[in-house]
Design a protein around this ligand. Sequence first.
Ligand code: CMX
Length: 436
Amino acid sequence: TKSLRETLQEVIPAKQEQLKKLKAEHSQTVVGDVKVENIIGGMRGIKAMLWEASVLDPNEGIRFHGLSIPDCQKVLPPAPGGKEIIAESMLWLLLTGKVPTEAQTRELSRELAEKGDLPPFVEKLIDSFPATLHPMTQLGMGVAALNHDSLFQAAYEKGIKKTEYWTYTLDDCINLIARLPALAARIYRNVYKPGEALPALNKDLDLVGNYSNLLGFGGNQSLTEYLRLYIALHGDHEGGNASAHTAHLVGSTLSDPYLSYSAALFALAGPLHGLANQEVLRWQLAMQAELGSDVSHEQIKEYLWKTLKSGQVVPGYGHGVLRNPDPRFIALQEFCDARPELQESSIIRLVKKTYEVAPGVLKEHGKTKNPYPNVDATSGCVLYHYGLKEFKYYTVIFGVSRALGALTQLVWARALGLPLERPKSLSMDALEKLIK
Ligand code: CMX
């Protein structure tokens, strides 16, 4: 069977040819215009960057190399004995555009487990942080420190050909993904379960199987399966979101993958990006505390109006690009529907009931362009049900996941020789001159 590197090597020439043709034949073709609202509105809607692994359709949601989430659930190999998509099969798809065989998936799992130990100095670094330092700060600092071992940086210093950049970038990306479970779990143990020893990585387990084990939840197969699905689904969501775009921007300076992804994590740490799932959980728990577990649709409606009338948004609803229920939300809901313990969970029942009335209320309210749930409407609540109750840690799990897509694009950026990013900015005075 072909390895990941061999498979990638095979698909790169066709992509390089595609780019060459686009440049030669269409460099001057216009595909959109830039309005003042785009310039002052956070660049929303401007088609301005290449991103190979996924494209977001406003109605259908995300597709990974053309495959929808249900397609991925059908074809991507799960863990032995599991049913859900795993990080390895998603990574393979994102990187190569191909569906891996089961043997290829297992081989990648083994490679990641073999490369997954942290250098002792990084363990010491993490152990030296106060438990009060935010887990995302710890994760970003740990990832940055791993650049000590960057093969890309070492090769670049020696002097390598541009055509070789991608192979060293791939080495770094694989090593970084491999080390994320040990890093993220060490942070969890230090902050929330101090004094408990971390088990060794199991070479026969997949990446998330090991992560769950290191977190101390290895005995809970349902949570492990949920984490697998969650991490696969959050892996990539186009390139324009703040974390993915940050990795791409920093990587475009030829900073190595560790530094690029560390920067991305600090974007993910912002409340408008990676923190939404904990906001949902907080809001649903407050609703439960006020109304009790056995609530009617009418009571939820009233609670929704109360939230809206107090000038707050309904967390977990709306989206910058999507205009339908997020297929990632649907996939997580289906996960819940298939498990009796989740159907009986009061918090999961409340999430579902809220979904039954919130779109109607938001439509009547009339502001949001998308009255439907996004992935965060349910994601944190399932973690909570299974006993992973430390809200502040949830973004770290997202951070383990987003590496799949952001690092994939770094490999493609180097394989395609994409240039330094340098968009044009304008002052308001300069903008007014342009308008006149
Ligand atoms: N509840 C109430 N009002 C909402 C709303 C919601 N869930 N979502 C949007 N609106 C309001 C906006 O605040 C805005 O009001 P103003 O005109 O007064 O500023 C108006 O509707 C139009 O907004 P929009 O164009 O529909 O949405 P944006 O692209 O500006 O924002 C988002 C998108 C996600 C930030 C927004 O919908 C929101 O705040 N949702 C709640 C928080 C949340 O769930 N975040 C998770 C996002 C998940 C992801 O990014 O993947």
